[in-house]
Design a protein around this ligand. Structure first.
Ligand code: NAD
Ligand code: UFG
Length: 358
């Protein structure tokens, strides 16, 4: 049985006051997970990470600890390995779980749906089973704005109809429904479903950020790789959408704001609200051309681009009504497009090969 690799353990003496909450972060070595671990450590939580490193590197966690000046516990464990996950809960009891671990590439989910359903849905089932066995019933789950499909209007509210357009999105919808059923069966479960819009940017230190494998699917990592010279030019997918300049409009949200949103959701979940759902976005949409212009201004680099055909499955416009999170979690995004693009560039510039070898 693989019980994982422990790379550090938090010394209680470093903490300035009595008992603190222990949080398990699945997928904590990944992009959003690593930024959230840093915020958790900064807020005084003890952090236990479970990640199989299928889409991340242990280096991200080393840097999180360096930035926080505190350690976390890391277990290299696959969520599908029930025995190993049970062993983590035995040796590192926690009060709540933030569940990031999952596969997230939309195109790959279309060509390899079984892998996506197995990893994402079975992974969530195994996690919930082990949580229940250990009487840990507080869960914050990474959902996505993709569960709204192609919305009939914007901004999007939490009670809009839900629809999946690909297996990745369907895996998120299925997990949301499983978690609703779990609470119906046992009301002591508390679950926060966080529907992220488009997470971008990096920690302002430039030490942690997004490190996609291969050619990026998402806009801002593609732009930064063009700017650093790893890719020759950006392809803009369509300029004939019914938007202000014809290119797709999205609600880009700074990853540090998103990470803070998880702390707010955690504080709220511990008060016992049952199942709650929140949009995490800024409420402001930007087009692809506006993102390019903002990046060029922030970085001083030119980003050559070519308009090409629409990408299948893309929608014209998607942005949040984030007022529910504002009202109930006292959360809103503070970092604008200038910081999103500047911090993405700082990270890319200082780490041209991400966490890999220089
Ligand atoms: P990421 O790939 O950087 O992080 C996910 C982490 O989960 C990785 O470190 C990976 O190694 C780990 N993982 C995957 N399967 C695992 C398994 N079976 N066992 C253990 N670890 C496993 O992705 P991210 O951008 O940080 O996204 C985090 C979560 O947020 C995902 O669930 C994703 O679907 C969701 N989300 C992301 C976006 C986005 O655009 N980044 C948007 C909406 C929702
Ligand atoms: N775009 C380009 N060129 C590129 C990449 C993207 O023009 O090389 C455009 C897209 O057409 C879209 C916009 O930039 O108009 C944003 O595209 P992303 O791929 O960055 O993001 P999406 O909105 O398509 O999808 C993201 C995540 C999904 C998630 C969804 C909703 O990748 O996982 O947000 O949260 F489901």
């Amino acid at each position: 049985m693989d019980e994982g690799t422990r790379i550090g353990s938090y010394s209680r003496a470093q903490h300035d006051g009595g008992r603190s909450m222990r949080i398990l972060v699945t997928g904590g070595a990944g992009y959003i997970g690593s930024h959230t671990c840093l915020e958790l450590l900064g807020a005084g939580y003890e952090v236990v990470v479970v990640d199989n490193l299928c889409n991340s590197k242990e280096e991200s966690l080393r840097r999180v600890q360096e930035l926080a000046g505190r350690n976390l516990e890391f277990y290299k464990v696959d969520l599908l390995d029930k025995q190993a996950l049970h062993a983590v809960f035995e040796s590192s009891p926690v009060n709540a779980v933030i569940h990031f671990a999952g596969l997230k590439a939309v195109g790959e989910s279309v060509t390899d749906p079984l892998r996506y359903y197995h990893n994402n849905v079975t992974g969530a089932l195994v996690l919930c089973e082990i949580m229940g066995r250990h009487k840990v019933k507080n869960l914050v789950f990474s959902s996505s704005a993709t569960v709204y499909g192609d919305p009939s209007e914007v901004p999007i509210k939490e009670d809009f109809p839900l629809f999946a357009t690909n297996p990745y999105g369907r895996s998120k919808l299925i997990i949301e429904e499983i978690l609703q059923d779990l609470h119906r069966a046992d009301e002591t479960w508390n679950v926060s479903l966080l529907r992220y819009f488009n997470p971008v940017g990096a920690h302002p230190s430039g030490r942690i950020g997004e490190d996609p494998n291969g050619i990026p699917n998402n806009l801002l990592p593609y732009i930064t790789q063009v700017a650093i010279g790893r890719l020759p030019e950006l392809f803009v997918f369509g300029d004939d959408y019914p938007t202000r300049d014809g290119t797709g409009v999205r609600d880009y949200v700074h990853v540090v704001d998103l990470a803070v949103g998880h702390i707010r959701a955690l504080e709220n979940i511990i008060s016992g609200p049952g199942v709650v759902t929140y949009n995490l976005g800024t409420g402001q949409g930007y087009s692809v051309l506006e993102m390019i212009a903002a990046f060029e201004k922030a970085s001083g680099k030119r980003v050559p681009y070519k308009i090409v055909a629409r990408r299948p499955g893309d929608i014209a416009s998607c942005y949040a009504d984030p007022s529910k999170a504002e009202d109930e979690l006292a959360w809103s995004a503070h970092r604008g497009i200038d910081k999103m693009t500047a911090h993405a560039w700082h990270w890319q510039h200082d780490n041209p090969n991400g966490y890999g070898e220089p």
